[in-house]
Design a binder for this molecule. Structure first.
Ligand SMILES: CC(=O)SCCNC(=O)CCNC(=O)[C@H](O)C(C)(C)COP(=O)(O)OP(=O)(O)OC[C@H]1O[C@@H](n2cnc3c(N)ncnc32)[C@H](O)[C@@H]1OP(=O)(O)O
Length: 402
């Protein structure tokens, strides 16, 4: 019998859970002032604790969100976060128990998928999470930036204060919509924990673009170094950039490159196919310094998830999916451009549910996975069919870090 039990947390133990989570990541407890802001981000019924008696030894929580899938549908998703097990309790099955409980409760809430950002890449694959989108880290020497000619947008960019920022940003985000596979809606606590916190405590700035139809894009950035340190490099990091049109996207980046007393511009977890190189005259000034996993995706309800996305024109394929944690997902699925059905027909390709998640938004092809020996190939010709069916026009990307 397990030496701990999982319970739903309530207001009386949210703070202890937060302190436990921060401790697991080697940070100290939040101050009273910070906690006043953070406590609203705990959703009753969505946070769990692992207890031995009255002592909490592990925790995990989530927020309800929507995930955009290929074809444009938005499926109910759990955005999982604040996962931690006390260092003296690790490797005793506490996270495994928390995950099982969380899966159960998310499925009861009708959530089709869950998404998270992983502190370490070795943790979540066993629970059926796969890397479904990635981002690239960019470094630009601002002194070498010459912007390619442009007519601009005819709009205007203005710096805004905290009150305006917190009013405008969610509206612009809604206007822009979840325009690529992998994007998620942003829940109220996300804005609080990111935009509000950044502007209030971390010296972030927000610039808003407005055009003929009002506010239609914004960029949040923070500048560090420079004047604070003698002879230091001044580095501007783009934290968030949301645009309703490609023209506004370009104008916001041009604005960023024009901010004075900046030596270097950094973009973190930017889309793999963001055409920043084409915005500048010399494409070599845009250095890709890293490519990292962004969305870890768990298909909680495989039939519903497969049915929610669209498929490109190609001959059908039968995928057999293995799911150790949620065995009712186990089985074969016939995928066609017209829809998906469970089938007893022989499988063409066999793969684990974490790898299906990796293909789901279009980040990796079946051929690539098969080449690495991660897919069992029954019919080699099916790889090209599966790749064609699952192909999407754009690299999946979320842009919402939590
Ligand atoms: C979404 C987010 O919040 S990401 C943040 C995640 N949190 C952290 O990184 C904080 C620091 N780490 C921790 O708190 C813990 O190590 C956790 C939460 C990652 C894992 O908790 P544990 O209770 O130790 O996991 P549990 O005992 O259930 O492990 C299950 C399996 O995963 C393996 N595993 C779990 N975490 C790790 C890890 N970090 N590295 C390698 N293997 C791991 C275990 O060895 C075990 O393998 P087994 O089934 O073959 O025996």
């Amino acid at each position: 019998m397990a030496d701990h039990e999982i319970r739903v947390l309530d207001e009386s133990n949210f703070r202890a859970a937060h302190t436990l989570f921060r401790g697991a990541l080697h940070s100290g407890p939040a101050t009273d002032e910070r906690w006043e802001q953070i406590k609203a981000s705990y959703d009753p019924g969505r946070a769990f604790g692992a207890f031995q008696g009255d002592e909490m030894v592990g925790t995990a929580q989530s927020w309800p969100a929507l995930l955009a899938v290929p074809g444009g549908a938005e499926v109910p998703a759990a955005a999982v976060s604040r996962v931690g097990v006390r260092a003296d309790w690790t490797r005793r099955g506490v996270l495994s128990a928390l995950m099982r409980r969380q899966f159960q409760s998310c499925r009861e809430a009708g959530e089709v998928v869950s998404v998270l950002r992983a502190s370490e890449a070795v943790i979540y694959g066993r629970f059926g999470y796969g890397v479904a989108s990635r981002g690239r880290q960019l470094k630009v020497d601002r002194h070498r930036v010459a912007l390619a000619p442009s007519d601009g947008t005819g709009g205007r960019i203005r710096l805004v204060d905290l009150d305006t920022a917190t009013a405008v940003a969610p509206e612009v985000y809604a206007k822009a919509g979840l325009s690529r596979p992998g994007m998620t809606s942003r829940w109220p606590a996300w804005w609080l924990m990111n935009l509000d916190r950044g502007l209030r405590y971390d010296n972030a700035r927000m610039a808003v673009h407005s055009g003929a139809d009002g506010d239609d894009g914004f960029v949040v950035y923070v500048v560090k170094g420079g004047m604070e340190e003698p002879h230091g490099k001044s580095v501007l990091t783009v934290e968030d950039l949301v645009a309703t049109t490609p023209e506004v996207w370009a104008e916001l980046w041009r604005f960023v490159f024009r901010v004075d007393v900046v030596d270097e511009v950094i973009g973190e977890l930017r889309p793999l196919d963001e055409p920043l190189e084409w915005l500048v005259a010399d494409r070599r000034v845009v250095k890709v310094t890293d490519v990292e996993d962004e969305t870890w995706l768990r298909l909680l309800d495989v039939p519903a998830a497969l049915a929610a996305r669209r498929y490109a024109a190609a001959e059908p394929v039968v995928l057999q999916v293995r799911d150790r944690y949620l065995p009712d997902n186990d089985g074969s699925y016939r995928i066609t451009p017209d829809g998906v059905e469970r089938t007893t027909a022989a499988a063409d390709l066999v793969l684990d549910v974490d790898l299906l998640a990796a293909t789901y938004l279009g980040d990796v092809s079946f051929t690539e996975l098969a080449q690495a020996g991660r897919v069992d190939v029954v019919d080699g010709a099916a790889l090209a069919r599966a790749d064609a069916l699952f192909a999407t026009g754009r690299a999946p990307w979320s842009g919402t870090y939590f």
